[in-house]
Design a protein around this ligand. Structure first.
Ligand SMILES: Cc1ncc(COP(=O)(O)O)c(C=O)c1O
Length: 258
């Protein structure tokens, strides 16, 4: 931690101040582009745009942690979502895990050639591990990537996710329960508050008793949501329309009792 500055998510002024004070010493800026470790919070477009500009100005690497968003929000990850809105946007380095292994333990990172050339055997940075490039895990990951690269896969996944999020929002609204929800591709998050939070401290203002009631009541109805209010949800290709309908129906009666 002595070599790390922790900044508030989506706080452009604080980010600018950090670069103004420490720009010369900053090696990299790491961002989870759609933060799944505080439920589901998007980096705002101005925040991401300024992050890219400041890194370029100060010679720091922009590192996107796409461990959770990679292959979930889009085939090209969250960076492809941001590139649609910020012309020319790209990180200097990307970190991936989870889906890339298709259920096997696998992680990967990639960067621009100028960065990767620092790694052995071309460069001086040694990187290795017992299971690095494990053939079983990489074969499984590749098979998964082939399946999810099929045309229309992400359109279908997003449509299913939106059927869930729209259904939950309608159920909460008709029961008068304060509720907000957001999704991208197969990743979603909901909050028992009227507006989507922009940072961790706002996420943590959620009434955890109400969240726990919702979580356990849904579990009793056979639906296993992420068990903490600071975790994202994922819809998978295996979920059926009937699964979504059952989830929305169960939420309807639970919201009515809240
Ligand atoms: C977004 C994100 N980044 C990084 C990690 C950590 O990965 P590892 O357990 O390989 O250190 C996780 C773990 O869940 C994660 O969700």
């Amino acid at each position: 931690m002595q070599h790390t500055l922790v900044l508030e998510y989506n706080n452009v002024a604080q980010l600018e101040e950090a670069f103004a004070l420490h720009g010369k010493e900053l090696a990299c800026l790491m961002i989870e582009p759609i933060a799944g470790n505080m439920n589901f919070v998007r980096a705002s477009i101005p925040f991401m745009r300024r992050a890219r500009e400041l890194c370029t100005e100060h010679g720091a690497l922009l590192v996107l942690d796409e461990v959770m968003t990679g292959f979930r929000v889009a085939l090209g990850g969250a960076q492809s979502v941001y590139a649609k809105q910020i012309p020319g946007f790209a990180p200097d380095m990307t970190v991936m895990g989870k889906v890339i292994g298709g259920g096997m333990p696998l992680a990967a990172f990639g960067a621009k050639r100028s960065v990767m050339e620092h790694l052995a055997p071309l460069g001086t940075v040694y990187q290795a591990g017992t299971l690095s490039g494990n053939p079983v895990a990489t074969a499984c990951g590749l098979a998964t990537l082939r399946l999810i690269s099929r045309p229309g896969f992400y359109d279908a996944l997003a449509a299913k996710t939106q059927a869930l999020t729209h259904g939950l929002l309608a159920a909460a609204t008709s029961a008068g329960v304060p509720f907000s929800v957001d999704s991208e591709g197969g990743m979603f998050g909901f909050f028992l508050m009227p507006d989507l939070p922009q940072n961790y401290s706002t996420v943590m203002q959620t009434d955890s008793k109400r969240f726990n009631h919702l979580f356990h009541s849904m579990l009793d109805a056979g639906v296993y949501f992420a068990p903490a209010l600071y975790e994202a949800g994922f819809v998978s290709a295996a979920h059926t329309d009937a699964d979504i309908a059952h989830t929305v129906d169960a939420a309807k009666s639970i919201f009515a009792s809240m």
